[in-house]
Design a protein around this ligand. Structure first.
Ligand code: ZN
Ligand code: ZN
Length: 259
């Protein structure tokens, strides 16, 4: 099986209007969308945003008839501790091929909002990674740790900066590895937000602790971004000695050759 993009959004996400067909047209491989679940989302005035599961499943079933079963189901869970119980209840009757785990917010603001800049990088790193640790400890049904540097995107962060929280990062990655979570290389983070250096550090740290699962995701919200920069990302993985990537189907990891 060829590796395929495992992080993208359609109109089932609050911040995308893209249609499945526009992704399907771009390849003959599996297509999986990972729609946003963000409860009390600061970006939408603290609304609960999540895909309409029955409409999503129905649409995928229809498309699978037309596109020879190439569609899979996914979700990107924006975890908060306050919503932990409702997230789990909400998901308990739903089935996904892949579940991404993200920390987007702290209950007051999304880490991409201006409000984050009222805090120093050191404060935000400590807060954000503590939230991530709790998320991983609590939400064991996730498959992938998505965009691990999301909370730091509004700052200019060097590897030296990140090393200041290395003990905390090690805790996070150890727990992630214990729970079989893959480390995601997020194309948007690496190229739009220029945090590729943080991922190079992250790959090595994750690997040094015994991590074997890696995914690559474009985080496309429009079809033009499908598999954007994948060539460069595969090259980075090659340079760091990663020969295999992981795809998830029915929640089970499948190792495939890095292209
Ligand atoms: Zn995200
Ligand atoms: Zn996303």
């Amino acid at each position: 099986m060829d590796y395929y993009d495992q992080h993208m959004h359609t109109y089932f996400s609050f911040d995308s209007e893209e249609e499945f067909e526009n992704y399907l047209k771009l390849s003959n491989k599996f297509v999986v969308t990972t729609e946003h679940l963000d409860f009390h989302n600061p970006i939408t005035h603290f609304q609960n945003n999540y895909p309409d599961y029955s409409a999503y499943s129905k649409k995928i079933e229809e498309l699978n008839q037309q596109y020879s079963n190439r569609l899979l189901k996914g979700i990107e869970v924006g975890y908060t501790q306050a919503d932990s119980k409702s997230i789990k209840e909400h998901l308990s009757s739903q089935e996904y091929d892949i579940v991404l785990l993200s920390v987007h917010q702290n209950g007051q603001y999304d880490f991409m909002e201006d409000a984050v800049l009222e805090h120093s990088l050191e404060e935000t790193m400590e807060e954000y990674f503590q939230l991530m640790l709790k998320a991983i400890e609590d939400f064991s049904q996730a498959n992938v740790l998505a965009h691990f540097e999301y909370g730091l995107r509004r700052y200019n962060v060097s590897v030296e900066d990140l090393k200041k929280v290395e003990p905390l990062l090690k805790k996070i990655f150890k727990k992630a590895i214990e729970n079989d979570l893959a480390f995601e290389l997020n194309g948007k983070s690496m190229f739009k937000y220029n945090n590729g250096h943080l991922y190079e550090y992250g790959i090595d740290l994750y690997k040094s602790l015994g991590g074997k699962y890696f995914t690559v995701g474009s985080d496309a919200h429009v079809a033009q971004d499908y598999e954007h920069h994948f060539k460069e990302i595969f090259e980075v993985l090659k340079q760091h000695g990663i020969k295999q990537l992981t795809v998830y189907q029915k929640g089970k990891p499948i190792l495939v050759k890095r292209p």
